[in-house]
Design a protein around this ligand. Structure first.
Ligand code: IMP
Length: 429
């Protein structure tokens, strides 16, 4: 049975929520495999708007939803998000929700450290979501994390807490902060443990079982390839691998499980936080894209930086992530522009680049080379077939497809589920 892996192919916020929700209706399981509650997925279903940060989008449709081991889990944030969704009438039970018992936890000390570092960095800051994501991943690879399974053995946690506190106390001292309040940490963990453990299990086992039984699995990526800790605009990235390959390691299924890799691509470009952004527009056009596209972060409410479509980075994302086809989103934001620009390459020190170089200073210095096209005056919002689109909009999509060397599988024309043009069904066998 075909599986689908959805990833963002820019800097996140490409509109993954709607596409995942749309696909989740036909999936038997939806799996988050990396990131944490730094993600922000907005789902619009009829009159209802659901804002998810940690739970897989399938939860809204009642589909089996799984948080895989590659996620860093803030159990308090999970409890809050579950309470909010239940308040909106969403049912979350041990039948339709499970989380990996080997997930590393995000603790209050991680949030502290994230904030302390960002404040101290001043203008050099990464612009993180302040959720403690980076410090939690550091502790995971540093082999001192507290994991979900540890919550069932809190009385035997001394050695691990020694390691964790020794590390954090030294860092905190550097910021003039008192040592970790170990007693408080244990009390907090004891309080949250029963809630977390109710849903904890070896999800790799459950996933392998449903896969063998022929289930269709939807892997829901968070952030985007340009925020990947290896392939992104390092160091202005998140602390996980956001590429499709992580679906396997972050869930406990082998690489063949990824199936159709669907890259979500916005018809223009946005970014939140600091870091290079070659096609950024700090003028009226950028302002117009931001206003028309409602470009404010779901998680932090921050204004997103906006710019023209950058075919170079998307081509690179599709390559490093093995994208089978893309879903192009928010095309209607480009409605009404006299002309539209697409970045086809970069110039740096007299040399032309067809890729984004790895070095941060070079990434910041590249100058985009643009191709200009006539825009369209008609609205594309709500289009459900090619026939509903103006000829110029079709030309734009065709050109994007050529430049990124990857076919368009879907075009999304509004936040509503039904407003989608389907070219190739990612779930088709
Ligand atoms: P962190 O993931 O909170 O450590 O933030 C690192 C970088 O990733 C910052 O530039 C954030 O703005 C960005 N980031 C993290 N999550 C998202 C997301 O879901 N959408 C867009 N950007 C994100």
């Amino acid at each position: 049975m075909a599986n689908v892996t959805v990833i963002g192919a820019q800097w996140g916020d490409e509109g993954k929520g709607k596409i995942v929700d749309w696909l989740a209706e036909r999936a038997d399981a939806v799996v988050r495999f990396q990131g944490g509650h730094n993600a922000g997925h907005t789902l619009v279903v009829g009159e209802n708007v659901y804002k998810l940060s940690l739970l897989p989008s399938g939860i809204v449709t009642g589909t089996l939803s799984i948080i895989g081991n590659g996620v860093v889990l803030d159990p308090w944030a999970l409890r809050d998000e579950m309470a909010k969704l239940r308040g909106q009438g969403v049912s979350i039970t041990t039948e339709n929700f499970a989380l990996a018992d080997n997930c590393a936890l995000i603790l209050p000390i991680h949030r502290d450290l994230d904030g302390l570092r960002e404040t101290a960095a001043g203008s050099g800051k990464i612009g993180t979501t302040g959720r403690g994501i980076g410090p939690a991943y550091e502790d995971k690879v540093g082999r001192r994390a507290i994991r979900v399974c540890d919550l069932a053995h809190l009385d035997a946690l001394d050695a691990q807490l020694d390691r964790l506190c020794a590390h954090h106390d030294a860092l905190r001292a550097g910021f003039g902060e008192p040592p970790v309040d170990r007693a408080r940490l244990i009390t907090d963990l004891k309080e949250i443990a029963p809630f977390v453990l109710e849903y904890a299990q070896p999800v790799w086992k459950r996933l392998n079982k449903v896969r063998k039984a022929g289930a269709r699995i939807l892997f829901e990526g968070a952030q985007g390839v340009l925020l990947d800790v290896d392939h992104g605009t390092y160091p202005f990235v998140t602390s996980s691998n956001t590429v499709s390959g992580t679906a396997a390691s972050g869930s406990g299924l082998g690489p063949s499980a990824a199936g159709f890799v669907l890259g979500i691509v916005k018809a223009y470009t946005t970014r939140v936080g600091s870091g290079p952004f070659p096609t950024e527009l700090e003028d009226e056009t950028g302002q117009r894209l931001g206003e028309r596209g409602h470009e404010f972060g779901t998680v932090t409410g921050r204004k997103r930086r906006c710019g023209w479509f950058d075919a170079v980075i998307v081509r690179q994302s599709c390559a490093v992530s093995g994208v089978t086809g893309i879903a192009l989103t928010k095309l209607d934001v480009l409605d009404g522009f006299e002309t539209i620009k697409i970045c086809t390459g970069y110039r740096l020190n007299g040399k032309v680049y067809d890729y984004l170089p790895a070095h941060a200073a070079e990434q910041a210095a590249v100058e985009p080379i643009y191709e200009e096209m006539a825009g369209w005056q008609e609205t594309t919002a709500g289009a459900r077939s090619w026939a509903d689109l103006p000829a110029q909009a079709i030309k734009y999509i065709t050109r994007v497809q050529e430049l990124i060397e990857t076919p368009v599988a879907l075009v999304s024309t509004s936040p509503q589920r039904e407003d989608t043009i389907l070219v190739r069904d990612p779930f088709a066998d």
